[in-house]
Design a protein around this ligand. Structure first.
Ligand code: HSE
Length: 431
């Protein structure tokens, strides 16, 4: 496109909660956006499944059920994908790219699975592929990773990137609720879906973790390389124990470089000290905490979901791409030169909090301590509280490898002194 460009045609795939807000903002603020982009942004077509659904903010004549025609329409220069799901979103975006259209997507599942294919196609066609809304909703985090701190060395990213689980954990922490009732409350208030599995099992966060890790470490990571544990096993007692030691439990997406320069990406419920900045992120809010060599610690906070917040990120991408077009160029892509190896899960170091139900008789503490020692896991503190002929033992370890820890847990589960291993949780943040 030339610098004389007057109008940029926009097509949108999907028109749900986010799409309708994108359409509203595009129509309502068109004058400002034209001034900011350097060309008028015109919504030309919107592909939907059902033409009969009543939609605010959209001229009905723009609606079509023919998404394939939309991505081939010569009057459209930028395609926004807010339909979700893997197919047909993947195929439609590839077609749009092949037809020399820049694309914007909020589809974390698609990017975490097929990102490489889409990035390569965009590079080959010389178009932009932007996706700020895919992680952290309204929070600007991908562009900062890709541009603002690209001159630094990021060594760790820790994020609360799922609002549903953060809402549930906040209720469990503040009201002492158990998981099931906190989930029910979240569903009643519209914070959790009727089928909450992708959120509570950690899969939504895992897709976002893969995207964050790829950008932070200039490498390609897919969701299959993320180890995932959700929050369904977190009990009210786990939350209480965390409180007692001035910690809070958060579902964290963690991407880090190991000492060997390998990358470890995981989603896990994690104890954080209450003074850690991420511990203050309550309810459905998201935040991403970045540790970089020169910048030090950075935190990005905001609304991780919802129509208008997510639309804000989409509009940011739209104007960024439009600016690239009016200047006759392509924007910054991401780099993937590093080709980092995945760290072996067993070699990753963390501190752990282990809660055991044990027999309360002489020698039990010694035999439990011996199991930790023989697996080379160093104990930092032990707390015991009696319950008749049994006792609860809460063991905080020093940093240990996942491999040593799981060997320890295996041996504890088999020990005559231990009635049950009640929970094993990882601990992050400064001591
Ligand atoms: N379901 C997600 C959440 C929002 O609860 O944060 C979309 O990724």
């Amino acid at each position: 496109m030339s610098a004389a460009i007057k109008e940029i045609g926009v097509g949108m795939l999907g028109c749900g909660v986010v799409g309708s807000q994108v359409a509203r903002l595009l129509t309502q603020d068109s004058g400002d956006f034209a001034a900011r982009a350097g060309a008028k942004l015109s919504l030309k077509r919107v592909a939907v499944r059902d033409l009969k659904v009543k939609r605010e903010f959209i001229d009905n004549s723009l609606l079509t059920t023919d998404a394939g025609a939309l991505v081939g329409d010569p009057s459209i220069n930028i395609v926004i994908e807010v339909m979700g799901g893997i197919e047909p979103a993947r195929e439609l975006l590839l077609k749009a790219i092949k037809n020399s259209k820049s694309v914007i997507t909020a589809n974390k599942a698609l990017l975490a699975k097929h990102g490489a294919e889409l990035f390569e196609a965009a590079d080959k066609s010389g178009v932009d592929l932007y996706y700020e809304a895919a992680v952290g909703g309204a929070i600007p985090i991908l562009r900062p990773l890709r541009e603002s701190i690209v001159g630094d060395h990021v060594h760790r990213v820790m994020g609360i990137v799922n609002g549903t689980t953060n809402y549930i954990l906040t209720k469990m922490d503040e009201a002492g609720s158990d998981f099931a009732s906190a989930l029910k409350e979240a569903q009643n208030l519209g914070f959790a879906e009727a089928d909450p599995s992708a959120d509570v099992e950690g899969l939504d966060a895992a897709a976002k973790a893969a995207i964050l890790a790829g950008l932070a470490f200039h490498t390609r990571i897919t969701i299959n390389e993320v180890s995932v544990e959700g929050i369904t096993k977190i009990s009210a007692r786990d939350i209480q124990v965390a409180r007692d030691i001035d910690h809070v439990i958060k579902l964290l997406a963690i991407a880090e470089l190991t000492e060997k320069g390998e990358v470890s990406v995981r989603v896990q419920p994690t104890l954080l000290p209450r003074q850690h900045p991420l511990a203050a992120v309550r309810n459905a809010f998201n935040a991403i905490f970045v540790e970089a060599e020169s910048a030090g610690e950075l935190m990005f906070y905001g609304r991780g979901a919802g129509g208008a917040p997510t639309a804000s990120a989409v509009l940011g991408d739209l104007i960024a791409i439009a600016r690239n077009m009016t200047r006759g160029g392509q924007g910054h892509g991401e780099s993937d030169y590093a080709e980092l190896k995945q760290a072996d899960r067993g070699s990753v170091h963390t501190r752990y909090l282990i809660r055991l139900d044990v027999n309360d008789r002489p020698g039990v503490l010694a035999s439990v301590a011996q199991i930790f020692a023989s697996n080379k896991v160093s104990i930092e503190t032990v707390r015991q509280s009696g319950r008749g002929d049994s006792a609860e033992l809460i063991v905080m370890t020093h940093s240990a490898t996942e491999g040593s820890l799981s060997a320890t847990v295996g041996a504890l589960a088999k020990s005559d002194s231990v009635k049950s291993v009640e929970s094993v949780l990882r601990v992050e943040g400064a001591r």
